[in-house]
Design a protein around this ligand. Structure first.
Ligand SMILES: NC(=O)c1ccc[n+]([C@@H]2O[C@H](COP(=O)([O-])OP(=O)(O)OC[C@H]3O[C@@H](n4cnc5c(N)ncnc54)[C@H](O)[C@@H]3O)[C@@H](O)[C@H]2O)c1
Length: 448
């Protein structure tokens, strides 16, 4: 693989990515606000009712070769992604509502839009979930699997996957379920053998999200984690993922406030401006907000949101600029706002000779409107990764960091949080797997 300056000679060896033939089955864990906005949105796009705004796979382009070559195909024409027409959804939830009812309850999309696709949405009914209120304190539901131990529950999820597999050609699983309580890696997560023993003994350190992930990876199915849960950030999952060529990625969709944070903070660092404080607070009133109102679930989210600044600003390298930042993140459950979150940031920065300045950001965003296209892109890219010789056995798909608040990396490697580095990483990975030249933006050849 040649790395060229800012364009250059063609060295493409040709791609060996398998084509996206047939139907892609998508198994969504948690049919709440994000999932129903995703499913309804895909159907609306398929019917030509709306456009897939915010989706890299549907609207993004990729530059190939030199700037002067004017070659920028759409990403979905460049790499073989499943077509939206070939995507079939199913999923699990602890509530019995079908996707039309769940989408109506979530109140993200207009009634008019939902009405137009109601018959389709009503056909998707949740399978009984693996759930235990110990891990999500604020929820209680009846559509829940029963089993003699966690192994039994995992086997039931595997049976669901096998059943669905009979109706489609390939399957991807994505977690759009609630944020679980804060957990840390334990001995039971250290290997497949230890984890399976833990399943037999219903070890308390095995959360429901891990049971779904274990089932998916055991069946050779890619798994994407949209929540900040530990789920696949564990040696057992990496082992299974590599063994069964089932890619994993996570975690926590990068949507509102963190998206902006990973755009602004690289700008400060690039210009060597200091930061003394960053106060972020949110109000939101959806079910996610209600779940996060529980301190144990909030802790999981907080960890995911807090890590970003340290990794981007590198206080060890720049102690004068970032060695003493006060970083605070709050999430306040405020029902009147529903899914229309408001995120405030007060950023105290300082410039030349230490003179202070302030920036205020008030982002009146729509959580699930930002998350749904990310979920779609992850589904399509994860399916492609499974068909790509250079990616399918890697385990963690770090090139998908772009979509996450807490990108996964191999142990010991620090994650890239800067949105523009992540974007470059994603696009260069696509060029790489297609045997195209990587782009470094050096560009000296234009001045020869
Ligand atoms: N909306 C966003 O912008 C955004 C951004 C980043 C991350 N997330 C994360 O994505 C997840 C989903 O967000 P949401 O707004 O759709 O929340 P939501 O509460 O509307 O939906 C979550 C759904 O998961 C279900 N669920 C919980 N545990 C389950 C289990 N064990 N099995 C099956 N179903 C289960 C719940 O019943 C609920 O219907 C949350 O963890 C959230 O933190 C959301």
């Amino acid at each position: 693989m040649s790395i060229v300056k800012d364009g250059g000679q063609d060295t493409a060896p040709g791609s060996r990515i398998l084509p996206a033939t047939g139907k892609l089955g998508v198994m969504v864990v948690g049919l709440g606000a994000v999932a129903t906005t995703l499913i309804a949105g895909v159907e609306a796009v398929r019917r030509g009712i709306a456009k897939p705004i915010g989706s890299i796979t549907q609207m993004g382009t990729i530059r190939l070769g030199k700037r002067t070559d004017s070659c920028t195909p759409l990403i979905h024409d460049f790499v073989p992604l499943a077509k939206l027409e070939d995507v079939i959804f199913t999923g699990w939830d602890i509530f019995e509502d079908n996707v039309y009812e769940a989408a109506s309850n979530a109140k993200v999309l207009d009634k008019d839009l939902l009405q137009q696709i109601k018959p389709f949405l009503e056909t998707i009914k949740p399978l009984p979930a693996v759930f235990d209120q110990y891990y999500v304190k604020r929820l209680q539901g009846t559509n829940v699997k029963k089993g003699k131990n966690k192994r039994d529950l995992a086997e039931q999820v595997r049976a669901d996957i096998r059943e669905f597999k009979k109706t489609v050609d390939r399957v991807v699983m994505i977690w759009c379920g609630s944020t679980e309580i804060y957990l840390q890696p334990q001995d039971v997560h250290a290997s497949v053998a230890a984890f399976e023993k833990g399943l037999d003994e219903s070890d308390i350190n095995i959360a429901p999200s891990m049971i779904y992930a274990y089932a998916a990876l055991s069946e050779g199915i890619p798994f994407a984690n949209g929540a900040p849960n530990l789920t696949v950030d564990l040696p057992v999952m990496l082992e299974l993922s590599r063994k069964n060529s089932a890619p994993i990625c996570g975690k926590d969709f990068k949507t509102g406030q963190t998206l902006i944070k990973t755009v602004l903070s690289p700008a400060f660092k690039a210009r060597m401006l200091g930061v003394s404080g960053w106060y972020s607070t949110n109000i939101l009133g959806n079910r996610d907000g209600e779940v996060l109102d529980d301190p144990e679930s909030f802790k999981t989210k907080e960890e995911s949101k807090l890590g970003v600044l340290d990794f981007i600003l590198q206080p060890d390298l720049y102690p004068d600029l970032y060695g003493n930042i006060y970083h605070k993140v709050r999430i306040n459950y405020y029902p009147p706002r529903g899914d229309n979150k408001e995120g405030w940031d007060n950023i105290d920065i300082f410039g030349w000779l230490g003179y202070p300045m302030q920036i205020k950001v008030d982002f009146l965003c729509r959580d699930s409107i930002l998350a749904a296209p990310i979920a779609l892109d992850l589904i399509l890219f994860m399916d492609m990764a499974k068909r790509t010789p250079e990616l399918k056995d890697l385990g963690i798909q770090e090139w998908l960091s772009f979509f996450f608040k807490s990108p996964m990396t191999v142990p010991g490697l620090y994650p890239e949080h800067d949105l523009f580095i992540q974007s470059m990483k994603l696009k260069n990975t696509l060029r790489y797997i297609k045997g195209e030249q990587l782009i470094t933006h050096l560009g000296l050849e234009y001045y020869d």
